[in-house]
Design a protein around this ligand. Sequence first.
Ligand code: GUN
Length: 283
Amino acid sequence: MTIILDGKNTANKILENICEKTKQFPKKPKLAVVLVGDNPASEIYVKNKSLKAQSIGFESLVIKLPADVTEDNLLEHVYILNEDVNINAILVQLPLPKHLNSQKIIEAIEPIKDVDGFTSYNFGRLALGYNPYAIPCTPKGIIRLFDEYNINLEGKNILVIGRSNIVGKPLSLLLEGRNATVTMAHSKSIDIKSLAKRSDIIISAVGKANFINSDFIKEGAIVVDVGINRDNNVIIGDVDFISVAPLASFITPVPGGVGPMTIAMLMENTFELFKIQHSLFLI
Ligand code: GUN
């Protein structure tokens, strides 16, 4: 029997819990999201993040800048947010337009407000096995989903497809931290199908619609789909759910799997940063 890893329901439980805890504080956590340009997908993500923050009692600020904003101007916005004591968490939506150096912008964020955990301070601490202020939201959400379903990662052969700084790299570190044996595949990997076929868990973050089909799956494998591929207005994952699900023991749907968990972790990280900044360890 195949079990659906229900990210939507799990995320809602986490969000309700954060909402309840937030009510205990006289001040509200505040998330600032910086959006540059008019990438339609990014616009939707940012709107969803902002609405979700407000729905659980947070404050949110969206700073929308034109696609041709200069690096100095963007940096100035980040510095102002760093200085603003009312802002607890800063997120610069990626990808940025090509003329901007993403790493330089991310590095300008104060690590204690780096809600994505993308600065070298936080990412470095994650890599070293020390506690960062925040762990990247999508990888953290995937681990939380495994925990919710009592999936033990120790000794499992896990294939992570995709080596991005947002998902693949931090996820590999977290999985290794849970004593899994991790293989990271990417666009230059040879024969991903064979690597997948011998894996207990396959996590796909390649961004190619229906890339993973039943030929990639060992019977009973666990399959996690990070892909959000748009075909007109329809969202399609990296995994061909119809052919893969019957072979899998657990599988995430798209939508309703990893996506909601990412937003829930963004809210959790915002709340954690808020608590650290106010040294409110009362709950
Ligand atoms: N673009 C796609 N995913 C993310 C994310 O988790 N954080 C940021 N900042 N940008 C993204």
